[in-house]
Write a new protein. Structure first.
Length: 268
């Protein structure tokens, strides 16, 4: 087999894999843009580490990465938080992929899920909702933004905006995928209600993560402690007004942003 033939075969195989994993070229292009944006953010982190003369020999293993993740000198926490922001997007793509595969096995008829199919979808949607707050959460990392020595302030501003923007867009993209799925099986008004509730729950989830320091997986490890704490917050909101305001403001900001992008998308 010649080199040209091998190259053509590889290209055809790549196209087949892409068509299998992604719904259409638009979905794949969006995934590629998010990937490029993530890589760009990581490159900015590397440039910043060079500017502060960071000793890369300190990063010998995963444990050392975890040790320096929380330091504001390296900004490694931005990479970690952006990785978490990818999770709801991956789950949303998985829901779309699962839906397409089930439609094919059913001969293309989009019938309501039953038994294991319904349970699988409900589990995936619950998992998506659980991790969705990680996408807008990265916006709150802007709280760490202030002037530092050795690095131009404008550079740190663009660094934070790159990560925040990518995380927010990943969240919006996951919302689009979930809403598209819901539109296939429910009335559009119901789909909008579900998405709206998810956005405001996401804002509350950011409040839980930023000020109460809960993680998405803590719902498995300490569910009753979380429930008790959130019941106290909801029954005594005035005691948490200063921090709980983040949930209301961020949720409203995200909802307006989603409406704006949805309108632009519909117009195009």
């Amino acid at each position: 087999m010649s080199l040209a033939t091998k190259s053509k075969f590889t290209d055809l195989l790549s196209v087949a894999i892409v068509k299998q994993l992604f719904r259409d070229e638009r979905q794949f292009n969006l995934f590629a843009i998010f990937t490029m944006s993530t890589v760009f953010g990581c490159i900015l982190i590397l440039i910043r580490l060079h500017l502060i003369d960071f000793d890369f020999s300190l990063l010998q293993n995963v444990k050392s990465l975890k040790r320096y993740r929380g330091t504001q000198a390296t900004f490694f926490f931005l990479i970690w938080n952006l990785f978490l922001a990818w999770i709801p997007y991956w789950i949303a793509l998985s829901i779309d992929f699962f839906n397409r595969q089930v439609s094919l096995t059913e001969g293309g008829n989009k019938m309501p899920f039953r038994s294991m199919k319904m349970l699988t979808v409900l589990f995936m949607l619950s998992l998506w909702l659980l991790f969705f707050p990680n996408a807008p959460y990265i916006l709150t990392d802007l709280l760490h933004l202030h002037r530092r020595e050795m690095v131009p302030h404008w550079f740190d501003v663009m660094l934070f905006i790159t990560f925040a923007w990518t995380g927010l867009m990943l969240g919006y993209a996951s919302l689009f995928e979930v809403q598209r799925f819901l539109n296939d099986y429910f009335d559009k008004k119901i789909a909008w209600c579900v998405i709206s509730i998810a956005i405001f729950l996401g804002g509350f989830g950011v409040f839980m993560g930023r000020f109460q320091r809960w993680n998405s997986w803590d719902i498995v490890h300490q569910p009753f402690k979380i429930i008790r704490q959130e019941i106290h917050v909801l029954t005594h909101p005035l005691q948490h007004l200063e921090t709980l305001g983040l949930a209301a403001v961020l949720s409203s900001f995200m909802f307006l942003g989603y409406l704006t992008i949805n309108a632009l998308r519909t117009q195009n």
